[in-house]
Design a protein around this ligand. Structure first.
Ligand code: ADP
Length: 316
């Protein structure tokens, strides 16, 4: 077979390890593997290269995505996708593995409807894809956030401050919950676990009266203005407060060992599904096992609330 692979949407540590696994296992099974540059853009522009064992050497440990990624809103248009399908067909490429998040999956499903053999691999730090317990990049991002929380605690404790840390996650609070628990946050605010601001400020006042020297608040992006919240806490609680928006730093860095393993397993599994003539599906990990589900069962579905959410109130 000729198999193409691309990375698309938000980059995530471990995407390279996933591409490497597709190339190495693909070659092992006798397939040719092509890397498409810059996500769906390279597909439309016919910008792809043959990847060999050697071309992915050293990629296991590298953050970002060496193939590049992009956002291409025009890919929602049928005429643009037709061009992409033609480019693959002209090269005799039989199948395409897309590594990315929800939007990438939507693009993949549209291509599957047009007759291409597509496999989706979940690559996003947000851990917001249904059908998998974990996505590639999530574990590394949690490590990055925990490192930041640990550092912010040192300084907030010295200055007797409430530190507010805004993390990514879009509509998923998993980054905030995992990192918040690991970092011993007093408050973890997520779309799934909203918090009454007045209650929180009352609790912070109580902490001050008890003689505590600091508190950590971890909050998912886009819930409220964290700098305004810091001002309000400073005005009302007796603690001074500062907000830190971690931003794109959460996307960077070498993938953690867990993400290297996850990406290696998922990339290999995607190729093995194609070997078995299975496509139109997305790869996932459930209870430590590789699984796959059709695109239609994943796109637009809700992820079940992670059981760690119930731990938040008990340990914070
Ligand atoms: P992510 O994959 O990280 O969620 P995006 O939401 O930006 O990132 O999606 C990546 C790309 O997938 C988009 O830039 C676009 O090219 C493509 N895409 C997203 N939604 C659709 C759709 N409904 N139909 C076709 N392509 C889509």
């Amino acid at each position: 077979m000729k198999i193409a692979v691309l990375t698309s949407g938000g980059d995530a540590p471990g995407m390279n390890a996933g591409v490497r696994a597709v190339v190495r296992s693909g070659n092992l099974y006798g397939h040719e593997v092509y890397g498409i540059k810059d996500g769906y853009m390279g597909l439309v522009e016919d910008n792809m290269i043959l990847l060999t064992h050697q071309s992915v050497s050293g990629m296991l440990t590298k953050g970002g995505t060496f193939l590049g990624t992009s956002r291409l809103p025009e890919f929602k248009e049928l005429s643009v996708r037709k061009n992409a399908v033609k480019n693959l067909k002209d090269r005799g490429i039989d199948a395409l593995i897309v590594i990315g998040g929800d939007g990438t999956y939507r693009g993949g499903m549209e291509l599957a409807k047009m007759g291409l053999k597509i496999i989706g691999v979940p690559g996003t730090i947000d851990n917001d894809i249904p059908g998998t317990d974990f996505t590639i990049g999530f574990n590394t991002a949690v490590e990055t956030i925990v490192d930041a929380i640990d550092k912010l605690r040192d300084t907030s404790s010295s200055h007797q401050r409430v530190s507010i840390i805004e993390v990514m996650g879009r509509s998923s609070g998993d980054l905030a919950v995992y990192a918040g628990i690991c970092g011993g946050a007093e408050f973890i605010i997520t779309p799934e676990n909203p918090m009454n601001k007045e209650d929180m400020i009352d609790k912070i006042k109580k902490y001050k009266n008890e003689g505590r020297r600091h508190a950590i608040v971890v909050i998912t992006e886009k819930i409220l203005d964290v700098h305004q919240l810091a001002e309000e806490i400073t005005e009302k609680s007796g603690f001074s407060s500062r907000a830190t928006v971690l931003g794109y730093i959460q996307r960077g860095g070498a993938p953690s060992p867990d993400d290297r393993i996850l990406a290696s397993r998922m990339g290999t599994y995607a190729v093995e599904l194609l070997n078995d003539d299975i496509y139109g599906v997305c790869v996932g990990i459930r209870d430590s096992r590789m699984v796959h589900l059709p695109f239609a069962n994943i796109i637009g579905q809700k992820r079940p609330k992670n059981e760690l959410y119930s731990l938040v109130k008990k340990v914070s």
